[in-house]
Design a protein around this ligand. Structure first.
Ligand code: PBG
Length: 327
């Protein structure tokens, strides 16, 4: 051995697949994956979403099969989104017990309620004709406190339908505290809250807006976080924890891994991340062109989110990934 030869050789730990497996620092498991699903009112067959190849709008029939398949795959849960036929200024469908999301929740709970954590999106944007996450004041500004009143009603409707975990994604100030108090006052002390604490005004929600037939004109910048703000993301996380969130979320995932790592370092409650529609579609599109290896890109993307500190991950690949993890 010459003097200039390296004495320290990290490559020893990479020599064989068995060695690499043994020293792996980050592992994924099906139990920490959550599948977002869309249920659309008034359809009898699943309808493909053009901007999200492989993802569909479910009918009430097809969601039963999808939920069973998810339970069999061993994933941790489902996050339900409703796509109503009719929208109005206050998002009436969100609080109607016969509204599509509440009906779908009952169906899914009946089908897989013991095997999966059934979660519901608690936000008005799918139900409002203007597409905003809250109600508007006379000048067209999203009215925070009036929106909280709608969220409180929506929380009761979802808890009544059996939802285990309410996903508060609207980014109104005080939403966690408002929903926690109404749940506790109505005997829903065991209904948990997932606070979308650090949710950024991201371009990567684009395909989702097609998925839920969003009527939004403009953007959500008066309530979602500016994409450059790291400290403010952490502030939102701390506020949600103080208000009683059982779990907090960082969203999107891949462009906010620093915020995720910050949150994971300080949060006393689980920190989840949402790998959003644009993150999904970007990889699917590149793979469809043959520009990247689809499976490896999917695995690497989800692994990176776990490595940054996510305790669980919402991803449209949850069931497929669970299948790969088994094999
Ligand atoms: C709001 C909500 C959005 C997403 C989840 N919940 C859209 C938005 O804030 O514009 C996006 C999810 C995705 O892009 O996959 N109800």
């Amino acid at each position: 051995m010459t003097d200039s030869a390296p004495r320290i050789r990290p490559r020893r730990l990479r020599t064989t697949p068995a060695m690499r497996r043994l020293v792996a620092e980050t592992r994924l498991s099906a139990a920490e994956l959550v599948l977002p699903v869309f249920i659309r009112e008034g359809i009898s067959e699943p309808v493909p979403i053009g901007s999200m190849p492989g993802v569909v709008n479910h009918s009430l029939d097809s969601i039963r099969r999808a939920a069973t398949e998810a339970a069999e795959a061993g994933i941790g849960g489902l996050m339900l989104f409703g796509v109503p036929e009719h929208k109005d200024a206050v998002g009436s469908g969100a609080t109607d017990e016969n509204g599509i999301l509440n009906v779908a929740t009952r169906v899914v709970i009946e089908e897989v309620g013991d095997a999966l954590v059934v979660q519901t999106d608690l936000c008005l944007d799918e139900f409002t004709d203007h597409g905003h996450c809250g109600v508007l004041d006379s000048r067209g500004y999203v009215d925070n406190d009036a929106s909280l009143e709608r969220y409180r009603d929506m929380a009761l409707a979802q808890a009544n339908a059996g939802s285990h975990l309410l996903g508060l994604s609207g980014m109104m100030d005080g939403q966690v505290a408002a929903v926690r108090s109404v749940l506790d006052d109505n005997d829903f002390g065991n209904t948990a809250i997932l606070g979308y604490a650090a949710k950024y005004a991201s371009a990567f929600y684009g395909p989702f807006r097609e998925a839920v037939a969003s009527s939004l004109v403009g953007d959500r910048r008066t309530y979602q976080l500016d994409t450059g703000n790291r400290r403010e993301g952490l502030r939102e996380v701390m506020l949600d924890v103080d208000e009683g969130a059982d779990v907090v979320m960082v969203k999107p995932a891949m462009s906010f891994l620093d915020v995720l790592a910050d949150a994971a370092a300080i949060s006393p409650v689980p920190v989840w991340a949402y790998q959003v529609s644009g993150e999904y579609s970007m990889i699917e599109a590149a793979a469809a062109h043959g520009w990247i290896d689809r499976r490896r890109a999917v695995e690497e993307s989800v692994l990176s989110i776990k490595r940054a500190g996510a305790d669980a991950i919402l991803t449209y690949w949850a069931v497929e990934l669970a299948g790969w993890l088994r094999s």
